[in-house]
Write a protein that binds this ligand. Structure first.
Ligand code: AMP
Length: 279
């Protein structure tokens, strides 16, 4: 395992001999969700680059940024156990942004106008600023992203095509706790009772999936809203069933026979998201 703190030293190290070369961007505090991406990348590439970078411009809220967990030493220990043939990039903010810590502006095909993009203004411009920078600086053959952040995966796929970047964007399935809770670095901020409550997001998606064909989307949506009204600790931010390619919401008056379910909720100050294929 080799650890780099600057893109300059990393670019100097990279050569064609290490190809195929896969990249797994992360914000650290690694859990089995991240590991599934890393393990797949290790299987499919000769060399794997893992970045650990908490990107300030993708946080629309300073408090969320300041409370985001950091565990670099433990992350490096975990990575070392997976493979010795791994490069880790742990940059400081100025290595990526220089002095101006600002997002660039990208055309995201309207995919950023709903759900996470609508609720967290500027979030996806921040994400894409860093991911496009990585792809255009290191030129990985393959880059791995989790379906946990389904909208992010779609937006990164869109931008890679529109910028004619050759990297193949590979989506990987959501890894869950035994109670269904989608694994997330933010879960480390939850106690065991909160983890139980947090699994309601997946339960809701499963309920939606098993009832989707029996009622209209409007009725289903109202039922989900009702669920959350009965749970004081959990506040629903949105529940939506949408086309998995365009993210356009499906028709309210029809039963749900296709589409992808998305949910976001607050547990105290912690925001959780999840999604599930409804078909
Ligand atoms: P993050 O560190 O949260 O930015 O996540 C880094 C990558 O890991 C992103 O592509 C996420 O979608 C992915 N990821 C996070 N949690 C999971 C999970 N539970 N299952 C699969 N992929 C995940």
């Amino acid at each position: 395992m080799k650890v780099f703190q600057t893109s300059h030293s990393l670019v100097e190290y990279l050569s064609d001999e290490i190809r195929p070369f896969g990249m797994v961007p992360t914000m650290g505090t690694l859990h089995p969700g991240h590991l599934s991406l890393i393990e797949r990348a290790v299987k499919e590439n000769q060399t794997v680059l893992i970045s650990i970078f908490i990107n300030p411009t993708q946080f629309d809220n300073k408090m969320d940024l300041n409370s985001y967990p950091i565990n670099i030493d433990e992350d490096l220990r975990i990575i070392k156990k997976i493979s010795k043939n791994v490069l880790v990039y742990v940059p400081k903010v100025d290595d990526i942004y220089g002095r101006k810590v600002e997002s660039k502006s990208f055309e995201l095909g309207g995919l950023d106008e709903v759900m996470e993009g609508e609720k967290r203004p500027g979030h996806f411009q921040g994400v894409v600023t860093v991911i496009a920078h990585f792809l255009k600086t290191f030129y990985p053959d393959n880059a791995y992203f989790g379906e946990k952040d389904f909208q992010q995966l779609l937006i990164i796929d869109h931008i890679t095509r529109s910028m004619k970047i050759k990297t193949r964007i590979i989506g990987c399935p959501i890894i869950r706790e035994s109670n269904g809770l989608a694994m997330s670095s933010r879960n480390s901020l939850l106690n065991s009772n909160e983890r139980k409550l947090a699994s309601k997001l997946f339960e809701t998606l499963q309920f939606a999936k098993s009832n989707a064909k029996k009622m209209t989307y409007r009725t289903l949506k109202n039922m989900v809203g009702g669920f959350f009204e009965n749970h004081n600790e959990l506040t629903l931010d949105y529940f939506r069933i949408a086309d998995p390619k365009t993210l356009k919401e499906i028709h309210l008056e029809r039963p749900v026979d296709q589409g992808h379910g998305f949910i976001a909720a607050y547990l105290g100050k912690i925001r959780l998201i999840d999604n599930l294929d409804m078909s």
